[in-house]
Design a protein around this ligand. Structure first.
Ligand code: PLP
Length: 364
């Protein structure tokens, strides 16, 4: 803002060109991060929800059928439900087992019945279970169905190579493991001609035409972009070399494993862990008998300064699978700055709440 302070893509004066360069550098850095050979297939959006809406609503046509999973966030489920309610499309939900195991045959069956889009979460934001992306992409491609991946929980944490996996569309958010500014998102579209633009308007190019540009990224970037957010996203993504991602992942998963181990011994706590053969990201859901997750979260914050999130985490269907509807779970998320002593404070806090508040409550 201080050094450039003008909009990108609209002017040819020097600062305008500098602003363009910031946006294009970020585009290249993001493309490299997720294995995209052509940076122009990366568009900036205001968040993952925006990217998922463009991908879902822009890909599906009247009468189409989509297949998705019970691990999805509402940013996938609500656009699909909206299309269903207006009579435009139908969708089926393939359930996983409570420990994150995926029935690949169930997906194959749905896809074989005739389907135009598979929408899959790379990792659940409730249980942390990682989806078998490569196997699911193989099924989709066997039947020539495009696959849309919601990588909101994994970008910057797990290796993603859209080219190697043959992913057709991918959405991600800037503010999670990428550690970028909130209000930034990315949409990757392999074949822009197959996806309608949800928004049309100013693009800074070909302005004599009343038709919005058909080429990516302009096709999916109507209006002035969040230039500051994109600059911030670029600054952080450039630091995320494959080696740094690997090292950070090792560190955060070690803390997360330690947390899981310690949580198992806290009285009254149920841990919604994944099966040993299912990979996971560092989010853990728990409940404590005798307390709603919202109450537990408030006590952890008030008494121990531990911030956790409570409820359904915008992913209602996975709670039906886990049996945690309607109150949801307490979710513990760890990042690179989380330490074992942070985990100790959490676990000791939980043990003390169980002893004093839950058991205290039971005593007349
Ligand atoms: C798996 C998943 N998908 C989508 C989203 C939505 O991200 P955004 O808030 O950037 O739209 C989230 C955010 O919590 C998420 O965890």
């Amino acid at each position: 803002m201080m050094e450039i302070g003008v909009s990108p893509g609209r002017t040819s004066y020097r600062r305008g060109r500098q602003a363009d360069a910031v946006v294009e550098d970020t585009r290249c850095a993001v493309a490299e991060l997720i294995g995209v050979p052509d940076p122009s297939s990366i568009s900036f959006t205001s968040n993952a929800t925006h990217a998922l809406n463009v991908a879902i609503r822009g890909s599906l046509r009247e009468g189409d059928h989509a297949v998705t999973s019970d691990r999805e966030h509402n940013s996938v489920l609500r656009p699909l439900e909206d299309l269903r309610r207006t009579g435009a499309c139908v969708y089926s939900v393939v359930r996983s087992d409570p420990r994150g195991e995926v029935d690949l045959d169930a997906y194959r069956k749905e896809v074989r019945r005739g389907c135009q889009l598979m929408v899959i979460n790379h990792a659940s934001n409730v249980t942390g279970a990682v989806s078998p992306l490569s196997e699911l992409a193989d099924i989709a491609h066997e039947y020539d169905v495009p696959i849309l991946v919601d990588a909101s929980q994994t970008a910057g944490l797990l290796d993603i190579d859209v080219e190697a996996l043959g992913i057709d569309l991918l959405a991600l958010t800037g503010h999670k493991s990428l550690r970028g500014p909130s209000g930034t998102g990315v949409l990757y579209v392999r074949r822009p001609e197959k996806v309608r633009a949800l928004f049309t308007g100013g693009s800074g190019t070909n302005s004599q035409s009343l038709r919005h540009p058909a080429m990516s990224p302009a096709k999916f970037e109507a209006g002035t972009p969040n230039y500051l957010g994109i600059a911030g996203l670029g600054a952080v993504v450039r630091t995320l070399t494959p080696q740094r991602i690997r090292e950070d992942r090792k560190q955060v998963m070690a803390v997360s494993d330690y947390c899981l181990e310690r949580l198992r011994s806290v009285a009254g706590v149920t841990v919604y862990d994944v099966a040993p053969n299912v990979a996971r990201v560092p989010v853990i859901s728990i409940t404590m008998a005798g307390l709603y997750s919202g109450e537990l979260s408030a006590l952890l914050d008030e008494r121990y300064g531990v911030m956790t999130r409570a409820g359904l985490h915008c992913a209602p269907l996975i709670h039906e699978t886990l049996g945690t509807t309607p109150h949801g779970t307490l979710r513990i998320s760890m990042g690179v700055s989380t330490t074992r002593s942070d985990v100790d404070v959490l676990v000791e806090g939980l043990a003390s709440i169980e002893e004093t508040t839950v058991r205290g409550m039971k005593t007349p």
